[in-house]
Design a protein around this ligand. Sequence first.
Ligand SMILES: Cc1ncc(COP(=O)(O)O)c(C=O)c1O
Length: 378
Amino acid sequence: MMIPVVDVDIKEKELQAVQDVVKSKYLVEGKNARSFEKKFSDFTGTKYVTTVVNGTCALHLSLAALDIGPKDEVITTPFTFIASSNSILFTGAIPVFVDVNSETYNIDPEKIEDNITKNTKAIMPVHIFGNPCDMGAVKDIAEDRNLVVIEDCAQAHGASIDGKHVGNFSEVSGYSFYGTKNIVGGEGGAVTTNNEELFEKIKSIKNHGRSPAGGYLHHLIGYNFRMTDMTAAIMNVQMDRAKEILSKRHYNGDRYRELLKDTEEIQLQKILPGHQHSDYIMAPLVQKECVSQEQIIEYLKSKNIGSRTIYSLLSYQQPCYHDLSKWPLSRVINYPDYSKVKCSVAENIAKGHFELPMVTSLTKENVEYIAETLKQYF
Ligand SMILES: Cc1ncc(COP(=O)(O)O)c(C=O)c1O
């Protein structure tokens, strides 16, 4: 049987929680969402949390609440899921792609400065695969240049820097609870902030610009980004199980790092001192020029080990970015020619990484077998 790269950790308790919501007939965002928000606030140590339908909306809402809009530039990374930069496009702002660090795969703070223009308003670092970015360096630049920071924490539940959960190093942060994440809701997202005033605005924009009392008075133009209470019920139970789920993931991550640390043919994602990885994705880089990412993946699959590449095309390399003419805002906004963008380090990682199973159903023997099988290849 193939050891899977994706396997959702859902138990009877989640099923029961959904059934309870359905039976109650209160299907819209309600007490489960409130309960989840409280738990997620305790978990992340971020004061204010609101649920949203998914991580993409979480980022879009974060940007909208910060008044990021047409023609503003937002600096981000190209080595991520396309949602990161798409959320910038949705506001009318322009994603500016900055290359990543070859060891952490995260945005390279040293390269940010060169890309700041008079139109730059924000930086959106992404804790890719759950590896915390160098937030100290990003924050220094942001403070120095009067920019806001939005953390993309979609993959980073359980990741921290010096004991502080990610998402607390910026004005506002977005999380995803998509079905493969460490903590799942099927679809699902959350926006977190420590700024009360901003939080009120976030809650309003998420709910068609209403005041907290609800009703049909709309102060702002907003969206409907509310989640259902069925989703919230799953996430609520997942939060109760977060410790159990994350401890398995951290065990897997630590064990791989231990078993593979001397395998020179691959490079593991570097975790900076004091940083805790969320252990969402383990994706080493092939270091040997004669071996391709496809060859390793095929080899692993032949040994019943699930593997795949994730972002083998960077965001700016996607066909939709090469031809933005189908994006309506391109009628009024002059986008850069993304086909001319080049982030060589990220391109190298895109072509060299391969994912290893990190799911909670892995046994200790599975991890050892996977590491051993990988080593045998070289
Ligand atoms: C880094 C990153 N950002 C944003 C998102 C968007 O989240 P969602 O799929 O919940 O919309 C994802 C998720 O899948 C992601 O991995």
